[in-house]
Design a binder for this molecule. Sequence first.
Ligand SMILES: Cc1cc2nc3c(=O)[nH]c(=O)nc-3n(C[C@H](O)[C@H](O)[C@H](O)COP(=O)(O)OP(=O)(O)OC[C@H]3O[C@@H](n4cnc5c(N)ncnc54)[C@H](O)[C@@H]3O)c2cc1C
Length: 418
Amino acid sequence: MVSETDVIIVGAGASGLSAARELANLGLSYTLVEGSHRIGGRAYSEEIAPGVWFDLGCSYLHQAENNPFVAIADQLDIKIGREFGDMFAREKICFYEKGQALNPAERDAYSSFYDQCYETILNAADKGEDVAVADLIDLENKYAMTFANVMAATYTRDLDQISSVEVASFEDGSDVPIQNGYGNLVATWGADIPVSLNTRVERVIYSSKGVSVETSKGTLHGRSVLLTVSTGILASGEIEFNPVLPDWKADAVLGLPTGTLNKVCIHFDEDVFGPDGRGFHVSCNDDAGAAGFEVSVMGQNTAIVFIGGRYAVWLEKQGQQASQDYALDEIANVFGNDLRKHAAGTIATAWTTDPWTRGSYSCALPGHGRQRSVLARPIEDRLFFAGEATTIGDHACCHGAFNSGIRAAREIRNSLDR
Ligand SMILES: Cc1cc2nc3c(=O)[nH]c(=O)nc-3n(C[C@H](O)[C@H](O)[C@H](O)COP(=O)(O)OP(=O)(O)OC[C@H]3O[C@@H](n4cnc5c(N)ncnc54)[C@H](O)[C@@H]3O)c2cc1C
């Protein structure tokens, strides 16, 4: 490891990797340290069956129209599913109640409730109201629980813990899947960036003279440090700061906690869904539970169940077998019990307890919808911050993390010029 450098970057996820590239472009030296054994962070693909990849973290190129990873995929000749970019459009989703498809009138009722919820949230945010989504919508509506489950899987928290500003500031766009995984895309793109793996940062000491970063492999010295770890890690106290972070920064960290979105991927040994089954399926339940599941639009014989919020935390605690049983029940409710005998392999994520993230991704709590720019703000031109929690509009996304790395690298360049 180089021990003297312009910038010490902590974390080799999308934001740390993009910062590293940008710093090199700007002519600055850096040392990039990563606590785990691999790069990519929450962009992570695993092979669930030979040639079939499952993304434990990010899987869709959200806001594909403005997503830099689309061009990167093209440059690397990585296959993406542009033609499926509208797979979450309401008319493309299949809705069910007790295993039966909703009829057109029921679909309309759900749609108009959903639109009404969004309109109310946007209006409130427009008026400057940074309040809980739960306080804005009609919780007595027949489809309130379905909406709640979808929001929990989108924002990682339940409606009482999601800020109206958080929802209103997220920008629309299409959602493009990647044949062999977003994690593999990020890992391929970042493969040539020098990283010190298995190097856990334990303490950051900063002053007007520079920074010292104590790691499991020794101490690094630099002019500045760029932190890209999740707010879950920052809040856990696992990285000690000397002096401690100022109150305004600690408030931003606590206002943007990581919540839970877990996925359970089941691979089937034959095509149990058929071409017509591909797409996103939502069961309208009365209880907290899964938001729905994707039957692989790109033709793998997989179904991926999405579960968010408190229910996801609870199910994660029940363990892998319980998660698998729950997911298989959700799928069988729609496609019938025959497919059970073809279930060949399962991966269930457990992001709440992941030691390198302590949660899935950030969600602004009510009253904290404007904290993202505060989290991004540097401290004394020595401590800089990037990562999915520091972006607005593309927040919580992998490409938002990428963009934040570039933003932070440029801030560091400017600060060193000063
Ligand atoms: C289930 C799930 C589904 C998602 N779906 C999507 C999606 O479809 N589309 C999308 O755009 N986004 C999605 N996301 C979000 C996306 O994955 C993240 O926003 C993005 O990958 C975060 O990148 P990052 O660089 O900010 O953080 P990370 O990827 O977390 O990188 C931070 C790095 O810091 C390292 N680290 C932590 N502590 C230390 C330490 N003490 N010392 C050294 N290193 C440390 C970590 O190991 C990690 O590699 C999803 C995330 C999850 C969990």
